[in-house]
Write a protein that binds this ligand. Structure first.
Ligand SMILES: CC(C)(COP(=O)(O)OP(=O)(O)OC[C@H]1O[C@@H](n2cnc3c(N)ncnc32)[C@H](O)[C@@H]1OP(=O)(O)O)[C@@H](O)C(=O)NCCC(=O)NCCS
Length: 163
């Protein structure tokens, strides 16, 4: 039986629209220090019914992305929203030309392993990512990375499409 991935709408959050994000991160024990700064990009993800399901964020360093601040609201966990948010952020990183995506976690190593991320020593973190606030804030956590596959060429036919 195939289970459909949930459909989410991504709403970009300007620096002054991030109060609910900060509350959700704080309740989940994740850092909030820089969420109102201009550098990191954040989105709220709404369900098909236009209800908030969670948040996610990303920083871009050339062709490297740093995934951060992934949180699903507790009442809707275990419904595939976390996976859908990570997939949406990976697509965003690909669209911005990123070749790999890094993250730091203290609580969800197995969750991200499930999604294809592998552990790396802190020494192996690229210098650009080391310059991030997240790197300094997550020294007691684990560094993980995933290589992003290239997006299909724009004119490639969909599988099964007529030639
Ligand atoms: C981690 C989190 C984003 C997952 O979101 P979610 O919507 O519940 O996840 P999904 O429904 O997409 O996926 C559920 C699967 O992930 C697993 N999972 C969820 N949280 C996990 C965790 N912390 N560690 C390991 N596995 C986890 C579930 O067991 C389930 O596995 P299964 O499909 O084999 O049964 C959510 O639990 C959360 O917001 N946690 C608090 C914040 C956090 O830790 N964020 C990560 C920061 S780096």
């Amino acid at each position: 039986m195939s289970v459909e991935a949930p459909v989410l709408t991504a709403i970009p959050l300007a620096a002054w629209e991030r109060d609910a994000l900060a509350v959700a991160l704080s309740k989940a024990g994740l850092p909030t220090e820089d969420v109102r700064e201009k550098g990191p990009l954040f989105w709220r993800y709404n369900t098909r019914e236009d209800l908030p399901a969670g948040f996610g964020g990303m920083e871009i360093y050339g062709d490297l992305a740093l995934l951060r601040s992934i949180v699903v609201l507790p009442v809707v966990r275990q419904h595939g929203f976390g996976d859908a948010i990570v997939a949406a952020l990976e697509n965003e990183a690909r669209a911005k030309g990123c070749k790999s995506i890094w993250l730091f976690t203290t609580t969800a190593r197995r969750y991200f392993e499930r999604l294809g991320y592998t552990m790396r020593a802190f020494d192996a973190v690229p210098e650009a990512i080391k310059s991030s606030r997240q790197y300094k804030l997550c020294q007691d956590g684990q560094a993980m990375v995933k290589t992003l596959s290239a997006p299909p060429p724009a004119d490639s036919a969909a599988p099964g499409a007529p030639a």
